[in-house]
Write a protein of this length. Sequence first.
Length: 214
Amino acid sequence: MDVLTENFSTYGKGFLGTVELTVYASLLALALGFLMASFRAAPVGSLRAIGTAWVTILRNTPLTLLFFAVVLGLPRFGLVLPFQLFAVLALGCYTSAFICEALRSGINTVPRGQGEAARSLGMTFGQTLTTVVLPQAFRSVISPVGSNLIALAKNSAIAGAFSVTELLGTYKTLNELGFNIIWTFVWIAVGYLLVTLAISALFALMEKRWGVAR
């Protein structure tokens, strides 16, 4: 307990950093995932190509490499941002590819006749997607989306290597101060456990409230 009690503020800053990264990157991932899933289901070939390329590239790119591309590549094009924002971009874009595929699998579970019925009533593709298809699709993919966001929370540990304040990075400071490395990592693991359990509990409630009965 000495490691925790004597360094509570250090752990606290790291924990809050991880929570902030997780929340902001999750919002970005959900927004981009929704957009790319819409592109992949669109009747326009160019939009489907954009969605397919986005998913293919990001799903097959190591997250660490993506961090390097964002942190070192974007400033070369004149885009200079705080490291935390770079981390949010890397995590959010990476996870959005997996969110997109989860949503697309849900879209495929919605009977095609419902979309055709909506279009026969004069609804546009956007209206059909947002008011008829995606609400039903999301009900069937609540659990997979939650799993992807849990993975995002754990992946945020990579940000510590890029000068971002987060939970895993606290071990460097505590190791330099001479604290037991094993207990240092035990409390770090507890912090990540709290974050992932909170996400799990949230999506369990959502699935209980809106999920498709199986």
